[in-house]
Ligand binder design. Sequence first.
Ligand code: GLC
Length: 515
Amino acid sequence: MTPWWKHAVIYQIYPRSFADASGDGVGDLPGILAHVDYIERLGVDAVWLNPIYPSPMRDMGYDVADFTGVDPRFGTLEDLDALVDALHRRHIRLILDFVPNHSSDRHPWFEASRRESGGPMGRHYIWRGSRAHAPSGDLTSIFGGSAWSLDPERGQYYLHSFLAEQPDLNWEEPEVVRAMQEAMATWFRRGVDGFRVDAVTALAKDTYLLDDGTRPEAADLREFLHTAPRSPLMHRVLRSLRAVADTFGDRVLVGETWVNRIADLAAFYGDGDELQLPMNFALMEAEPTAAAWRTVVDETESALGEGRWPCYFLENHDIPRLPARVPDPELLRVVAVLLLTLRGTPIVYYGQELGLWSPPVPPEAQQDPVGRDGTRFGRDGARMPMPWTDAPGGGFSGAAPWLEIPPGYLRHAVSVQERRDDSLLALYRALIALRRSRPSLTEGAYREVAAGGALAYERLAPRERTWVMVNPEARPMRIPGPGGEILLATRPGVLARDGEIWRLEGRSAAIVDVR
Ligand code: GLC
């Protein structure tokens, strides 16, 4: 039987920004629970939540102080159970974020580790040097500035790939492996269906960190991330997590696997014993042209082959939303068709279905941390509260939201789009429903077909053939191919038959049932 996650559309929810039920301006689990009907109507099969764990929120929850709890800002464990229940009753799975690379500096493990170097947690983190001797080699963290900080209490330096408040865990220490496996198992026992594993490439310490704290070549951690696929340590960590998932059956591990070369993605699947769904960042990074998309899909298909299942997305909480890269509203419709018809599991980021953009946030309102060297990541714009209605406040919260909802968002509110058949939301719903109804679109093979300046492909199941034609260019394209019934188009009338040839308008896409 095909595992559920191969058929799934995953919906990523940033819990701070989906809906606030408690009235403190910050989204929470009961807020999500209040909108499960919306999630069901969208037609998605799984929800992935960004971290909900207790956290000082220096990096918005990616600084975890307790891997098995729920931060009171988001609710309680009971709220989580209620959400799992409500989703499962609708046959929707729940995926949580798992942050193996680091914890918060407020995590009890770190507090113990800094107190007692010879104690039971002394080796839980990566300690080097001494007060008098900084580790040699000035390693730059992913968030800028040195990746080493001196802990005054222990009198040693600790490694942090991200903020100084996010010390890296030492996965060479068996007790760390055991404790993190146990944390994961705790959630599986609670009914959670999978995890999105954070910052996978940062786990590869053995590719750059020599025992004396020196570095082999480069001084910037970011340059090492791309060599992670060749790290035995990283593969060991992934296998140890997958082993836990497998003991529960039917669970999935998605991974944040940001690499330079698509070919490197294959490594994260291991021998079928690591991640099931390493995320492919290349589609998100591609220019919105047929040529660029073709290159990404060709390279992905040849790198992964039939045995490894692709995982595509276009937006997430770390990058500006699509309109920054795809400035035309018609093109937003075209990329929706692309994302939801390629071979693989697509992830849709909350609000993507509304066409939200990332507004500039004035520095004084920014909540995203500032790097040690003053770097601003500017990720707040991609994390705006969801506009549910066009009333002031957008129906997100009874209080002032943690980030002010830009007035322009209200035109894109759910309630507004639900009144219109031609809205982007209506298109996402139709696409997801169509995908669900056609085995060729979920599990079918992928074959590109010649389409000149457009991109066209066939998805093939034993008794079903579906053609997808996408044309991001401004001019119409002529695509030779068999006739059939038009199942969906980005606008009515954009695809027409002209003898043996399809004529597809500029900036449009269509899906055809080919007999
Ligand atoms: C991942 C997360 C990002 C976070 C970082 C550190 O890249 O997506 O939001 O800041 O890891 O945990």
